[in-house]
Design a protein around this ligand. Structure first.
Ligand SMILES: NC(=O)C1=CN([C@@H]2O[C@H](COP(=O)(O)OP(=O)(O)OC[C@H]3O[C@@H](n4cnc5c(N)ncnc54)[C@H](O)[C@@H]3O)[C@@H](O)[C@H]2O)[C@@H](O)CC1
Ligand SMILES: [K+]
Length: 479
């Protein structure tokens, strides 16, 4: 797992390290790493480093100090460095002196636009982890003149460091170079950060506030049958989804369960004929009451929010096995929380709301801090909450939270969520910890989405068809 720490934790760890490190040493470590990345970007985009032009946007804190020192290092490689000081009287003193000594040019705010528009690379040292709110007007106006790649120092300025929220003018970087440890912004705002690189400055942190699954974690979690396994021992998943009029959700969720693991899949509902026709390997019946034993249920996609849907949900919640309640099941729970009385105490529940369903469940939208929102819903419902969005956040009732950083937005297509719930169900049936099951399913789902899309629109059926390739790719990277 990749650990991610809030700025409060990072600052505390930095203070401990600063106390035992010579003055200025940490900043120089950070800035040296930054300069290496700046040179790499120049070489990538222009074919050379020497003689190229870099313009630094320098704010009033240490983030600006990093940029100034990096500028001084770049001068050693004969880069023409100019610095625009947003608050000249508060610019980082030693950094400014170092840049001046190295031959860097200090440019006034008025002259800034022409220097920015002529630059081969712009370095955003406006604000770092102490940033509050979006960019101020002077900085926002300068950004309008940027025509080159942008390298963000620690994080793209204007984006909230702890939530990744953007609610006004903000930098959109091609690359972000961060120091010591990943912060929430790096996982939650991929479109603002661009590619993220971590420079080791000697910070040591444990017990992360937020996590992200590595490919290796997903590969290790994904069930692989052994020589003694049979179709039952790998976990039987039941799918209660779809209707006679709308069988699509049933076909997609059940199909995803078929493709996720080699355990048995049962289906119960009004779309039994259609499901059987699409997936002959599925044992399909008309009702959950005669579906037979399963090790986990997926309930909700397309079941409707009326009495019948409520009865189906109550029935599966009382079976003593993990349940993934998706789509209509989420709405039923929001409208009639008493259905949860049927839940067999202690059995895992995974809820998979998008923002609208979240609002129904919690009475308010997720807001800017989606991690906190998912955590509070997880506590309220004593469930794993998979809060869908561009970045999906998964929180457990014990406070564990992980985030899936997507590779594009192609997953936002009709039926995509049905595929995800089928994947979650199959992993729950295999006995995986529900938080990890939700995380691994989300990872494979988003990988399948990007494989299916490959730069062009795809569909839920396309994502479903790409699930085996996604699992194969996850496993091949680690075997
Ligand atoms: N503390 C450390 O040990 C290290 C810190 N480093 C750098 O230091 C940064 C943190 O430095 P600071 O705590 O000085 O804070 P920042 O550089 O993040 O900025 C704080 C300053 O910006 C102003 N400010 C806040 N929000 C603003 C906004 N929206 N628009 C304009 N100005 C705004 C504040 O008034 C304050 O003066 C890190 O992000 C990192 O880049 C690195 O040098 C590595 C070592
Ligand atoms: K920055």
């Amino acid at each position: 797992m990749q650990g991610i720490w809030t700025t409060e934790r990072i600052r505390a760890a930095e203070d401990r390290l600063l106390a035992v490190t010579p003055d200025g040493e940490l900043m120089r470590r950070a800035a040296f790493g930054l300069a290496v990345h700046a040179a790499e970007m120049l070489a990538e985009h222009t074919g050379s480093v020497s003689g190229r032009r870099v313009t630094l946007l320098v704010g009033s804190g240490n983030n600006g100090g990093d940029a100034l020192w990096a500028g001084a290092f770049l001068r050693r490689r004969n880069v023409a460095v100019s610095a625009i000081l947003l608050k000249p009287e508060r610019a980082h003193g030693p950094g400014l002196a170092a840049l001046k000594r190295s031959g860097g040019k200090i440019v006034s705010l008025e002259d800034g636009p022409q220097w920015i528009s002529r630059a081969d690379l712009v370095v955003d040292g406006i604000v770092g982890i102490s940033a509050r709110g979006s960019l101020r007007p002077d900085a926002a106006a300068l950004l309008g003149h940027v025509g080159s790649p942008v390298l963000a120092v620690d994080l793209p300025s204007g984006v909230d460091p702890d939530t990744g929220a953007v609610d006004g003018p903000a930098v959109v970087a091609d690359r972000t170079v961060t120091f010591g440890a990943l912060k929430p912004v790096h996982a939650l705002a991929p479109a603002s950060c661009g590619e993220v690189f971590l420079v080791d400055i000697g910070l040591r942190l444990t017990d992360p506030d937020l996590q992200r699954l590595d490919t290796a974690d997903v590969a290790a979690a994904w069930p692989v049958p052994g020589p003694d396994d049979d179709k039952y021992s790998q976990g039987v998943v039941g799918i209660a989804a779809g209707s006679a009029t709308y069988p699509g959700a049933a076909v997609l969720a059940a199909g995803a369960a078929v493709r996720a693991t080699s355990g048995l899949v049962r289906y119960a509902g009004h779309a039994a004929d259609v499901v059987r026709g699409q997936w002959p390997e599925i044992i399909a019946t008309g009702s959950v009451t005669d579906a037979g034993r399963v090790q986990a249920w997926v309930v909700g996609p397309g079941i409707g929010t009326g009495n019948e849907g409520r009865d189906v949900l109550r029935f599966v919640l009382g079976r003593g096995v993990p349940v993934c309640a998706d789509a209509d099941a989420t709405t039923i729970i929001a409208r009639s929380p008493d259905v949860l009385d049927a839940r067999d105490p202690g059995t895992p529940l995974v809820l998979t709301p998008h923002a609208g369903e979240f609002e129904r469940l919690m009475g308010a939208p997720p807001g800017a801090d989606r991690v906190a929102a998912a955590r509070s819903a997880a506590r309220k419902y004593d469930a794993v909450v998979l809060l869908k969005g561009h970045c999906t956040v998964i929180a457990a009732p014990d406070g564990r939270a992980l985030v899936n950083t997507p590779r594009g937005s192609w997953l936002a297509t009709a039926g995509s969520g049905d595929v995800l719930s089928g994947l979650v169900g199959a992993l729950l049936a295999s006995g995986l910890d529900p938080w990890l099951a939700a995380g691994a399913a989300t990872h494979v789902h988003s990988l399948a989405g990007s494989l299916a899309a490959d730069g062009a629109p795809t569909s839920a059926s396309g994502i479903l068809a790409a699930v085996p390739d996604a699992i194969r790719s996850v496993r091949s990277l680690t075997s």
